[in-house]
Design a protein around this ligand. Sequence first.
Ligand code: NI
Length: 202
Amino acid sequence: MSMSRFLVIMSGLILGSLAAFTMFAPPPVQNAPGGQVAATGKALIGGAFELTDSSGKRVTEKDFLGKPLLVYFGFTNCPDMCPAGLQIIGAALDKLGADASKLSAVFISLDPERDTPQVMGEYVKSFHPTIMGLTGSPADIANVAKVYRVYYAKTEPDPATGRYSIDHSGFMYLMGTNGQFAQHFPHTVSVEKLAEGLRKAM
Ligand code: NI
């Protein structure tokens, strides 16, 4: 190929990758509702949601104000990540002993089709009596995932069994007593580290 054609192709590639970079770059920092400037990015996680608890009662973010809130997302059919994270949460709550009642811990389903309020209630009970299971309509779940910037996607169902899985991000979010984002933990956090973070937030 000629040198000029090579240059045209190269500049096209460079422009193309610049465009791709711009497309996937994080959105610019915006003013959060309420006029707080999200300079640290903190205010971008968390916000208004409405879900259903395991007794069928509708709950919103306002029901959790006044206590730190640990939020973890997943689904009850998850083979590994969700139960591992919930086991850590349960053990951290055990470590806090009676102080565990000074905070709320919720497990929010990303699989509203299968995770009914009853299924969620049964599931979380096996990890710790104070963990609350929350689910809702597909629209409720899409909203709360957006508010917490959680990625989730249903996989193609198995042609033989029709079973599907949910790909999802696996962070735990700790919200302060005022409902503002405080910090996040990976789902592989140690029990000690998580318990320490929860205790500090009280
Ligand atoms: Ni999972």
